[in-house]
Structures are given as structure tokens and as C-alpha cells.
Design a protein around this ligand. Sequence first.
Ligand code: ADP
Ligand code: MG
Length: 280
Amino acid sequence: NVVMPKPARTRRIAVANQKGGVGKTTTTVNIAAALALGGSQVLVIDMDPQGNASTALGAAHSPGEVSVYDVLEGRNSIAEIKQQCPDFENLDVVPASIDLSGAELEVANMENRTTLLKQAVDDFLESSPVHYDYVIIDCPPSLGLLVINAMCAVTEMLIPIQAEYYALEGLGQLINTIGLVQEHYNPGLIVSTMLVTMFDKRTILSREVFEEVKKHYPNIVLDTTVPRTVKISEAPSFGKSVIAYDPRGMGAIAYREAALEIAQKSPSVLAALEAKQGEH
Ligand code: ADP
Ligand code: MG
């Protein structure tokens, strides 16, 4: 069990890609669990009304249960509603339920509609008696207001890319949206990480996708790729990350290596990315 370096200041990372099924939730949950296993204090915020990250981390999220929806609408603070993941005492979850699907319309006309989550996270981190090393946000498959809220609440974006034929399709649109958020709301926002998921080393296609991403985003894509494994897809049905469900398997090993790569990104590496990505 490798102890990972901890950041001096809380790193806030949103996991986004407007395509569904590319591994956002799986990546959020397992990177978070791997960082927690490595000794960091981690908060996961589920911003997808489907609540898959909540399920996979064993957090209760039935309709009507207090959730991130109540945080966005100002009824509850993050401190009041976070739940501890049963498998890791240093991993907390802000759950989402299907109620959240109403939020997008309900906050649409509010003046501070893009910074509702940021405000809640700022308040939480300022007042928390425990220091958090990472806040990781799982986004729904869209580029709507919930995702914009996530982009405004973080400084880093993690983009999972599925190793398949249309992998890079839509990536331009996502990068454009991140650019717009950078320009108008959140100047320090960067894409710090891309992670190729569901990688099948037997296929040429998987390797081609990795090479293509590497060519376009050499300093961003992790060297680690996540293989397609049955254990990774089974784990959520037991309310577990694969880190807890099958700790010695290929999936857990890959996510722990990916988490270590993320943890090893130093402030100077992140600052260099910020300088580069800030020049439009
Ligand atoms: P998203 O959040 O982007 O919609 P998910 O993380 O929910 O994507 O993944 C989509 C589906 O693929 C889920 O059923 C998940 O369990 C499965 N999956 C994700 N990554 C892997 C993997 N590396 N190996 C096997 N199944 C995976
Ligand atoms: Mg998801």
C-alpha cells in the first residue's frame, strides 16, 4: 500500500465529458478511493441526478433524502449532508438523487446560478475542522448548468476518454466550453488530466486512441490506462469502489497507478499548464 504525496492546498477536480458511458463515474469513485487509500482526505460530490457515484461509494440517496440538490438550493450545507463511505474513513460523499434533475431549471434565473456549488464548497472547506486534500466532482453527461457549476467550483478538469472509435469526437466542444468558463467565470481553470479508460491492450484501436490523445495532449494524458475488466463493472452493484471490492485486481491496480500520477502532479507542473492554457 503506497502512501501518496498530499497537496499543500486542497485540489478541486471535476470529472467531465458530455458523452455518457465513457467512465466518468467509475473514474471519480476509484480515483477518490485510491487517493483515500493513499492517505488523503477526500470529498466526492455527486452532481449527476442518476446518483451512480453515490451508489458506488455506498451512500444513501433515495429520492427525498437530503442531497447536493438541497445544497444548491441553499437549504443545507455540505457539512450537514456529507456521508462517510463505509470502506474508507477518510472518504466522504455528498450524494445526489433524482431530485437534482429539477435543479437545472429551478436555478436557471438566479443571478449566482453558475457559482452555487463553488460557494458551498468554499464555505465547506473554510469551516471544516478537518483538512481535505481533494474534492472530486462527478458530472452528468451534458454541458448544462450542473456541469458549469462543477467547472466553476474547481481548478482542474479530469477528462476520461473511452478507448473506442469515436473517442475524440465531442472533445473539441468540451474543451471549448471549458475555455468559455475560463474566460467568463473561472480564469484559473485548467484541464490537468486525461485518462484513457476501457482500454483493451489486444486491440490496435485502443493503442491508436491512446497515441492520438497523447499526440494532441502530451502533458495532460496519464501514462496509465484503465483496462476493461469485469470486476470494475461489478463493483458498483455491491456499493463499492473496485479499490475496496477487488483490491488486488487489474482494475484496482490501474486506478491506484492513475491516482498516484495525479497525486504526483506538483504545483509547478499545474502552474505551467495554467500558464499555457490561459493564453488564448
Ligand atoms: P459515465 O459516468 O461516463 O456515464 P460510467 O463510469 O458509469 O460512465 O461507465 C459506464 C459503464 O461502463 C458502467 O456500467 C461501468 O461499470 C462500465 N465501466 C466503466 N469503466 C469500465 C472498465 N474499465 N471496465 C469495465 N467496465 C467499465
Ligand atoms: Mg456517470
